[in-house]
Design a protein around this ligand. Structure first.
Ligand SMILES: Cc1cc2nc3c(=O)[nH]c(=O)nc-3n(C[C@H](O)[C@H](O)[C@H](O)COP(=O)(O)OP(=O)(O)OC[C@H]3O[C@@H](n4cnc5c(N)ncnc54)[C@H](O)[C@@H]3O)c2cc1C
Length: 273
């Protein structure tokens, strides 16, 4: 059965009390999972008409609020993402192909929490917050705390991702690099680098463990320009697996080089802006 609520309250009401019911956003991943019988929900709640999840707006403190139903294509084409926030645009552009980018949503992507997905490292690098609404009310969770394990987040069964909050970060640079077997595939490894005014730096590794990897010590080394030291720390801390895309050993070995390249590009972006 497919429910088509028009308000957030109605959608949360449908999810409450039935742990087997599932929200349907763009359907890019969920429809494939249904076809393969990887999930067998009691019913689906389409989020397509829920107005609170659409579009974007600026909050009074200048935080940019991106609705959960924002498609990857819209983020990829968005010209108002500047400075460090460009890392998110770059991540959106790295997702799959034009068809998937036209279907998939940022809320659906992070709710699924595929460890090879492109948004999670970018959101952690930007210190983004995830807005969640459920029967117990609204909460804001830092992206770094949102992703818990392989395909696991802090979302409760009756909660929806409703928006992404990007605090104003001022000038700086944001770069996302993805290594994949072929264009359009999920990442073998990825790196998001954000450089902020005042010399602060943040590097987050994707697809090399159950959740995005960042280390305060590595960021401190990066801020001092010790890119090799930062890369070595992140490679050491990574927890990759062998899969059809690459071996764990290969993933670990590409991290320092990917970080170095992304850092060079971010530094150039910083100086040219
Ligand atoms: C062929 C293919 C290639 C892909 N390649 C990439 C890639 O290179 N990089 C990448 O990052 N991703 C990739 N993806 C995944 C794609 O980005 C999906 O869009 C994304 O994972 C899910 O978004 P969706 O809006 O379609 O969600 P859906 O498929 O509708 O839902 C996904 C899951 O999230 C839940 N959900 C959806 N919205 C919410 C919400 N607001 N709150 C709570 N739960 C919610 C659903 O119940 C479901 O469990 C690929 C997918 C396919 C099919």
């Amino acid at each position: 059965m497919l429910h088509r609520p028009e308000s957030l309250g109605e959608a949360v009401g449908l999810l409450t009390g039935d742990a087997d019911i599932k929200p349907l956003a763009g359907g890019a991943s969920l429809v494939a999972m249904l076809n393969a019988r990887l999930v067998e929900p009691s019913a689906l709640v389409s989020l397509a008409r829920v107005k609170e999840l659409q579009g974007s707006n600026e909050l009074p403190d200048r935080t940019l609020r991106l609705g959960a139903m924002m498609r990857h294509r819209e983020l990829a084409e968005r010209t108002t993402l500047t400075g460090p926030q460009r890392v998110l645009q770059r991540a959106a552009r790295a997702i799959a192909n034009p068809t998937i980018r036209a279907m998939g949503t940022i809320g659906g992507s992070i709710a699924l929490a595929d460890p090879g997905a492109d948004y999670p490292p970018a959101l952690v690098a930007l210190s983004a917050a995830i807005e969640l609404v459920g029967s117990a009310g609204t909460r804001l969770v830092r992206a770094v705390d949102f992703f818990v394990d392989w395909y696991t987040t802090v979302l409760a069964p009756d909660e929806l991702v409703t928006a992404i909050h990007l605090q104003p970060v001022g000038a700086g640079a944001g770069v996302y690099h993805k290594l994949a077997r072929v264009a359009g595939d999920f990442a073998i490894a990825s790196v998001a680098v954000v450089l902020l005014d005042g010399g602060r730096a943040r590097a987050v590794i994707g697809a090399c463990g159950p959740r995005p990897l960042s280390l305060a010590e590595a960021d401190a080394e990066l801020a001092r320009g010790n890119v090799a030291a930062a890369g070595a720390m992140l490679a050491e801390a990574a927890d990759p697996v062998d899969d059809s895309r690459a071996s764990a050993n290969y993933r670990r070995r590409v991290i320092p080089r990917m970080l170095a390249r992304a850092f060079v590009e971010a530094s150039e972006q910083m100086h040219s802006s």
